[in-house]
Design a protein around this ligand. Sequence first.
Ligand code: ZN
Length: 882
Amino acid sequence: MPARNDAAPLPIRLRDYAPPPWRVVQAELDFELGIDASEVGARLHLARDPAQDAPLRLDGEELELLAIALDGAPLPAGRWRYADGVLEVDGARDGSVLETRVRVRPAENTALEGLYLSGSREAGFLLTQCEAEGFRRITFFPDRPDVLARFTVTLRADRARFPVLLAGGNPDGAGELPGGRHWARFVDPHPKPSYLFALVAGRLEKIERDYRTADGRAVKLAIWSEADAIGRCRYALGALERAMRWDEETYGRNYDLDVFHVVATHDFNMGAMENKGLNIFNAKYLLADPDTTTDDEYRAVEAVVAHEYFHNWSGNRVTCRDWFQLSLKEGLTVFREQQFSARMNSPALKRIEDVALLRRAQFPEDAGPLAHPVRPAEYREINNFYTATVYEKGAELVRMLAGRLGEAGFRRGMDLYFARHDGRAATLEDFLAALGEANGLDLSPYLAWYAQAGTPRLTARGRHDAAARTYTLTLAQHTPPTPGQPDKRPLPIPVKLALFDRAGRMLPLRLDGQTSAASTERVVVLAQAEQDFVFRGVDAPPVPSLLRGFSAPVILECDYAPEELALLLAHDPDGFNRWEAGQQLALRAYAALRDGGGEAAVEGWCAALAALFDDAALDPALLADLLTPPGEIELAEREREVDPARIHALRQELQRRLAAALGGERLERHHRKLAADAGAQPDAAAQARRRLKRRVLELLALHDPAAALPLAQRQYESAAGMTDRLAALAVLVRHEAPQALNALAAFRARHAQDPLALDKWFAVQAQIPGEPALARVRALEADPAFTLKNPNRVRALLGSYASGNPSGFHRADGAGYRLLAERLAQLDALNPQVAARLATAFNGWQRLEPVRREQARQALAALAGHGALSRNLAEIVGHLLP
Ligand code: ZN
């Protein structure tokens, strides 16, 4: 008896939160696993909240109810009702035991939520994905994160077809059953919400390592994958061990079970999932070897392995009271992951990478129809809120708090947070209270950051008074309106700053009203709409370095003179702000090209970079990033009316000018020098050289294709690893070089057996700029390897096209929009989560120039009129087309 509540009309609101009237203290689950049908028996030990008088209601979707009993007695039909995703049961008391038996159909589950099949019926395996509300597709349960239960899970299955049986918690026995079947039991001693439940069953291989925690527990670490990929799990295992040590050393957090399993799947809606004791990963974020994995992906594997591991404390031991608090675990865990990655790699590069992501993914979200606070006030479909705002902006908010408290203070606060809320479900208020109380501070003003959407604009003006020897810095803030929030309050904005003299030396800072010793860097907090900060003893007009390390997620507007930016680019020891000064110069050069007449700005930017190009002391990776102007999405954010084709053309021209200023010969020489050591090891120094090599090749290809394309072909053929190979392929494909066809065929043949490499083959072609992209995407949709059923493949082709190729997608004739809208309707019937995510490519359509805007509107209107959209996609389309 299937029941769905897709049509649920009302949004769920934070202010309506009420504690659960019924809890599950203990859950005993029994699975009879099969690919077409699996049966799930559940014995739930219930506790009633004496203060509430509500009937027992359990969530359940698309469940076929086979049997139901209360306190040992089968329940007759009149004593229960199952409709619209809710099972209501009469007669339950505090201490009652409810038993249900249901059937679910894994092979038919194309939504990849609940229990489903990864891979083929013959060779694939069964697995679960429950966050946020997938558990209700497995059995009846109060499927909300503030219900924490002890889980005992018994799995039974055919031994030949499912030799490996895994669930979260500690192993608690296994054995044979008649008829070639076997069983395994797992007991999780830590109470957990249902979204952290997981099981995996099938033919899988593992690599293992023994780990001893700082507090002395022996832990078996195991990474599992299908046999063909087991050789690519080593790197992740090492990353896991590094993450475990780091969390012990940095936060005093030890692992708390006897086993820690991680499983790779090619069929996954998201990146990875932190199920207690049994993490499940999109293979893209777990498998790695030099032949198939790029350097960027290596870093992503390390970061995601760490992220999911860190959730064991920030998310699992202390979980979220409700889904509005999602950033409590995600923002905090992204921040912890960023700290870890900075420690393992270069802190400056990591910061640049994170801020670039924030600007490319979160700022546009905050500026468009999908804008929402880090803690949303309402939602219709929670899966739509796993966003850059909740994750990345949420991490920036934790970073501000950590900066406010200092390293030792933040640690004190985190210790109190973990101790106070261990084994419980918490709120963002709880988090701020613990951090504040441990430090004798009131952090509640920062709550406003969690409630208010939109990116604040921070303006800075400086005034030097020679007679008084003072420098007055006036900071002001303004946050533009967002949907549903017309009026914004001022927020506390920590601005880390330094002042430079004209020779590039940092000045001691003596702030008005402050007596303690002067340092050369400090944080001022702008708490009001506008404030003055007066620095004393300043002899000459200084150059301010503001928002160092990107100390707050805001857009800084400061009218620097170009030579001031050049000074910061040359001298700022803050690696992030150094890069940022270069980005500001690039933005001015871009604006000069666009508006005409500003030759000096273009030449200034090029000259500043040319001066750094042969600086042997500069990290090659930082140089590569300095040589990269802001991307097309970031540029579009600064326009009132967006014409993506024009932005693409102008940005290409800007880079051509840079390449010309550097000179073809110099670029070629540099490429040759970097190509000389053509290994593929993923260590930081080698990664940095490859990053610069790619940038140099890209610039050369813009300046002198006749020289660059043969070079790219040679690099393709001789590449020792995926980073160099893919960089060369991308240059050939994007320039539509005659050599591209052969290279694509060679790539396809070489990596025919590897879905992750094949995804790159699709993605690189989906990113051909401009008009030709659409025809290529259409042709690739007809490729036998393309399927709407695999999320990675969909993201590789359609995601890369719609979200990663502005000039290809935003065609003036609207054909890109129509293609996407048609696919969304088809995909939505299979996998609503992935469809809704893909639809966010339409974000920002209202700011397109009029011709494209009208085309986008029509495509969206056609999609909206389609009728049978999922709750997921309907919510996104509803926001896009108000
Ligand atoms: Zn997470």
